[in-house]
Design a protein around this ligand. Structure first.
Ligand code: 3HC
Length: 311
């Protein structure tokens, strides 16, 4: 009976086994994975846009090469995660359609503009830094294909974070104007980076089930706190100020206390009213239309190969 299947399934989860595509799984487990992994994939693909904006204007060839490699990695992460989603019985075309129709979410963080070169440093340092905290945790998620995708992605993500921090260090050790650019970028990217971890645990709709099914091994607030504790000392080394007057080390808890996040801004951006939401989806839709000929040529070519085999 389904009840026995569910008991056996939960037992496997509790024993720390991975669930593989061919294993029986509750429909809700399948659905929540299609939701989360596809939104993770959309985040990687949309995330290429704000970063790509600076490839032609990188200050040196070395910075350009590193940024090109990073944006290319994000594309690979997206395709990797779309493949993991397909193991759950949904087509890539359907996933892409959901994104373009505004039905699927992607990380709120990519709806902010990259106004100066320092933003590329702040994104690598803060956005990839936050993504790493979340993704290291996801290397132990219960769904096999997702956990394995994370192992490869985390390796590349640490390069992204290091090159971003090095950009910030270079600017902070540069002229007064350069240091100001780095400060301005930190001021604009700090709070949106905290929002990447999602709503507070009390407000989170999926956390309870995600913890029961070991999709999440740590809650949104736990990961957010870990990110803050890691990052505050790094800002200290850079000599720039985090824009939170309530940020203070708490000897008792061994963590930093921090100010109230603007959840109205968060939900506004998630709902599509952020600074760049329209621009991002327009860019993805137009890239898809412009790329139709490539898909057409690839399927014609594949067709020819198939016919050759049978002639
Ligand atoms: N942006 C957009 N939507 C968000 C969000 C964010 N930052 N945080 C939460 N949400 C959405 C959730 O998707 C959910 O909506 P849904 O039911 O329509 O999907 C709703 O808000 C409630 O949030 P919950 O906390 O209940 O949802 P989750 O349990 O799914 O937790 C999450 C949210 C922590 C983001 C989780 O989905 C997750 O770990 N996702 C995978 C990580 C991911 O997507 N990372 C993207 C980072 S960017 C990146 O990796 C690129 C980097 O390399 C630059």
């Amino acid at each position: 009976s389904t009840e026995n299947l569910e008991i056996e399934f939960q037992h496997k989860i509790d024993q720390g086994y991975n669930i593989e595509p061919k294993d029986w799984m509750p429909e809700k487990y399948r659905k929540t994975h299609i939701r989360q992994i596809s939104q993770h994939a959309h985040s990687e693909i949309v995330g290429m846009l704000p970063e790509g904006n600076w490839i032609t204007r990188a200050p040196t060839l070395r910075r350009k090469v590193a940024l090109l490699a990073k944006v290319q990695d994000e594309a690979g992460h997206g395709l990797y995660l779309y493949s993991a989603t397909e193991t759950l019985g949904i087509s890539r075309d359907e996933l892409i359609e959901q994104l373009h129709a505004g039905k699927a979410k992607y990380s709120s963080i990519f709806n902010y503009p990259t106004l100066t070169w320092a933003d590329i440093g702040a994104i690598g340092w803060l956005v990839d830094g936050a993504a790493i905290i979340n993704q290291v945790m996801l290397t132990r998620t219960s769904y096999g294909p997702y956990a394995r995708a994370m192992v490869r992605i985390c390796k590349e993500e640490s390069f992204h974070q290091r090159q971003g921090y090095e950009i910030m260090l270079t600017l902070c050790n540069g002229t007064e104007v350069q240091k100001q650019m780095a400060q301005d970028a930190l001021s604009r990217w700090w709070w949106p980076s905290l929002m990447m971890f999602g709503p507070t645990d009390a407000e989170s709709t999926h956390t309870e089930l995600s913890m029961k099914w070991k999709i999440k091994r740590k809650s949104n607030d736990e990961l957010r706190q870990q990110f803050i504790d890691n990052t505050v000392p790094q800002a200290g080394i850079l000599g720039i100020t985090i824009p939170d007057k309530d940020l203070k080390w708490n000897e008792k808890t061994g963590h930093y206390d921090f100010g109230e996040i603007d959840w109205e801004e968060f939900w506004n951006v998630v709902k599509g009213n952020g600074p760049c939401n329209k621009q991002r989806l327009d860019a993805r839709r137009s890239a898809y239309e412009k790329g139709a000929w490539v898909r057409e040529a690839a399927s014609q070519y594949a067709e020819k190969q198939r016919n050759k085999e049978f002639t």
